[in-house]
Design a protein around this ligand. Structure first.
Ligand code: SF4
Ligand code: MG
Length: 384
């Protein structure tokens, strides 16, 4: 399969009163067409900010300061080629060099994102069907004229995706958009979708509302769905059903899904490849067997060791002793960010480790990978 997204050396910083916060630091990864890609890490590791950076929902005081996000879309590449040849390579277009208006027009129809709390992304005063129909309608209009969308920033410093997505007024919604909304509700497994479409968010259970949010995210027929802890607030049974739904969507359509979670069991259950995030960096990535069976990074080992049963999609990450370091630039220094918690730390770890390429697609940011590439015996059999 082909690459859909190639992220190269991406850094996202927040410029706060406490100083510059390096929330995402020099991250590289690829997501393929139709793939389920996992991002795992503790809270505060930068995984949500990575997702928000890809979909361009970072607003002041945050900013992508470095790196490139290449996105395969022949149609968009053709449209941009003449104006901005440097932003196009073959069928790929480099997103961070596009104007905010162009990037915004890609949101919803190219990428969309679902969050932990579906209530927060729904308008309580509109019926669920209307909200989804507005999404369908907005995308139809955005396709017709990409320059009509506007950009707002909410109090979290993120551009308000939902406000901008649902610009068209209720009475502008075409009947076809309403029909499409019912189809989408049906597709995400909501029974009696035509009737449920007339109901308000508070009339939905948590699981049904999560399904409705997924329907909303699919309204623009995106290539990539970024799912940020989509099941964390749900109980175990409902959680399993939502995961099943996402897997089904990924199987039956050509949708790529980036699953952001602290739940390694979930990654083991559903992802093809993954990246492990720590202190804003991807410290280990590769295929599921590479990362789970040939683990090198002591942080990954710690995570794996902290999960009682990987077959259980509900197994939670137990905290590894110690704290995630402050991501404030002036306090991070030139060292391995895991050094204070690492059972295998060496003198050299007070210098920041480079990323080592191992066999296959396996990459590791840790000096142990260097030893391994020359002499396998030196790597501790287990750690964490
Ligand atoms: Fe531990 Fe050193 Fe590897 Fe960092 S570079 S994870 S401190 S062994
Ligand atoms: Mg988060």
């Amino acid at each position: 399969t082909r690459d859909l997204i190639r992220v190269n050396g991406l850094s996202t910083r927040f410029f706060t009163q406490e100083g510059q916060v390096n929330a995402v630091e020099d991250v590289s990864l690829t997501i393929r067409e139709g793939e389920l890609y996992g991002i795992v890490g503790e809270s505060g590791s930068g995984k949500s900010v990575l997702g928000l950076s890809i979909i361009d929902l970072i607003g002041s005081p945050g900013q992508i300061t470095n790196g490139e996000i290449w996105y395969r879309n022949a149609e968009i590449a053709d449209a941009i080629r003449s104006q901005r040849p440097s932003a196009v390579d073959d069928d790929f277009v480099e997103l961070t060099s596009l104007s905010p208006e162009t990037r915004q027009s890609l949101r919803g129809k190219s990428f969309s994102m679902i969050f932990q709390d579906p209530m927060a992304s729904m308008n309580p005063s509109l019926t669920v069907g209307t909200q989804i129909a507005e999404g369908v309608e907005a995308q139809r209009r955005a396709r017709a004229n990409p320059m009509t969308t506007t950009s707002k920033t909410n109090r979290y410093g993120m551009k308000d995706y939902f406000t901008s997505l649902f610009l068209p007024r209720n009475d502008y919604i075409q009947p076809e958009s309403r029909e499409r909304a019912v189809e989408l509700l049906d597709q995400v497994g909501i029974p009696d979708p035509a009737e449920r479409a007339q109901e308000y968010p508070h009339q939905f259970s948590g699981g049904m509302l999560q399904r409705a949010m997924i329907a909303q995210a699919l309204a623009g027929e995106p290539d990539l769905l970024i799912a940020d802890e989509p099941t964390t607030s749900l109980d175990v049974t409902i959680q399993a059903q939502i995961i099943e739904l996402l897997e089904e969507l990924q199987r039956e359509t050509d949708l790529s899904i980036m699953m952001i979670t602290h739940n390694l069991g979930l990654i083991a259950h559903m992802c093809d490849r993954l990246g492990v995030m720590y202190a804003g960096e991807i410290v280990e990535r590769g295929t599921l067997p590479e990362v789970f069976d040939e683990t090198v990074h002591p942080y990954t080992k710690g995570l794996l060791g902290s999960v009682p049963n990987l077959d259980e999609i509900n197994s939670r990450l137990q905290p590894i002793e110690g704290n995630v370091p402050s991501l404030i630039d002036s306090e991070m220094g030139d060292r391995c960010y895991f050094v204070d918690r690492c059972p295998a730390a060496m003198d050299i770890c007070h210098e920041h480790p480079p990323e080592y390429d191992l066999e296959g697609e396996h990459t590791v940011q840790c000096y142990l990978a260097n030893e391994r590439s020359t002499d396998d015996e030196k790597v501790p059999a287990s750690g964490g």
